[in-house]
Design a binder for this molecule. Structure first.
Ligand code: TRP
Length: 322
């Protein structure tokens, strides 16, 4: 049996090229090596989307179409909605009895929200507990995590130990983190790519809008003939992702001088569109076929529920409610 690789993404925004190269592409690359469980964390999104039911629904469909368009194969990957597996929220409740408020008060995401004087609801406060339930219920071996999620994984491991210890049973397996080899992509302003900064290039936004964004990537003020350090230029950073075949040639022209940023951006835009074209075409088709997307999600949910229920039978028995 292949090891289980689990990952969840919240449906809070449209996918951008940072999500793609940073994480999503890897799910596709790894789907033969691992048994992939890939879910849309709609309940985790709830604490920031309480007032946006239509958005959750829409973004979930878009994320599903995006996953399929980039090459996730629903025959290999179990693609599903978190909310389709009620066993997860059931386990969340059981885990609640194993953690104290002071323990959760030390979680980064919570402390951050408090520091920023955001209103904190119980959804945010208990976020790591629900995430532990996600991770542990499927017997995950590997959980790819970015820096911001490392603590959540530690909490999950902690809960697995607490539970196993409290009930003297090896019900939960200890998951391991996996650091992505994926590339981090900067936004068009050179800062971390994030929706809240308004510096993202979405995978599936209109071509004209992508062109405008590419042409507005921030650069220094070197002239056409000036020698340029490719490693210091954000346009070149994108070339590394989209212009792989002509990278040496571009590097040479940067170092010698003779290529302006405008020309470099035009080349980038052309290469970017060529790279993205097949998945964009596929996405256009998929996003119109809501019925199919829901069918994929339902089939995934059915498999996920089977695995989750098998675990919950053991959990309910261990805690004495069965
Ligand atoms: N918290 C993750 C994020 O914000 C999403 C998530 C929820 C998740 N449950 C998970 C990721 C379980 C991995 C495993 O990105």
């Amino acid at each position: 049996m292949k090891p289980i690789l689990l990952s969840g993404v919240k449906p809070t925004a449209r996918v951008h090229i940072g999500n793609y190269f940073g994480a999503m592409k890897q799910f596709v690359d790894l789907q033969d090596k691992y048994s992939n469980f890939n879910f849309i964390a709609d309940y985790h999104a709830l604490n920031q989307m309480m007032d946006k039911p239509q958005d959750i629904k829409r973004l979930t469909l878009e994320l599903t179409a995006a996953y399929l368009a980039i090459g996730l194969d629903p025959k290999k990957t179990v693609l599903f909605r978190q909310s389709d597996v009620p066993q997860v929220t059931e386990l969340n409740w059981i885990f609640n009895s194993l953690v104290t408020p002071s323990y959760l008060q030390s979680a980064h995401a919570y402390k951050d929200a408090v520091a920023k004087k955001k209103t904190v609801n119980m959804g945010l406060f208990c976020y790591p507990v629900l995430m532990a339930a996600d991770i542990l219920i499927y017997g995950s071996d590997i959980v790819p995590v970015g820096k911001d999620q490392e603590q959540h994984l530690e909490i999950a491991i902690d809960l697995a130990k607490k539970f196993n210890h409290a009930y003297g049973a090896e019900v939960f397996k200890m998951p391991k983190g996996m650091i992505w080899e994926g590339q981090s992509v900067k936004g068009i302003d050179g800062e971390k790519m994030s929706k809240s900064k308004g510096n993202v290039i979405e995978l599936f936004e209109p071509e004209e809008s992508i062109r405008k964004k590419v042409m507005s990537i921030k650069t220094d003020s070197a002239g056409v003939d000036d020698k340029k350090d490719p490693e210091a230029d954000n346009v070149f950073a994108y070339h590394k992702l989209f212009s792989v075949k002509m990278l040496d040639e571009l590097r040479g022209r940067y170092e010698k001088g003779g290529i302006g940023y405008k020309e470099s951006k035009e080349i980038l835009f052309a290469n970017m569109m060529a790279y993205l074209k097949p998945m964009r075409k596929e996405y256009e088709k998929l996003i119109k076929n809501e019925k199919y997307l829901n069918k994929v999600l339902s089939a995934g949910a059915k498999k996920a529920r089977e695995v989750a229920e098998e675990k919950m039978v053991k959990v309910r028995k261990a805690i004495g409610v069965r």
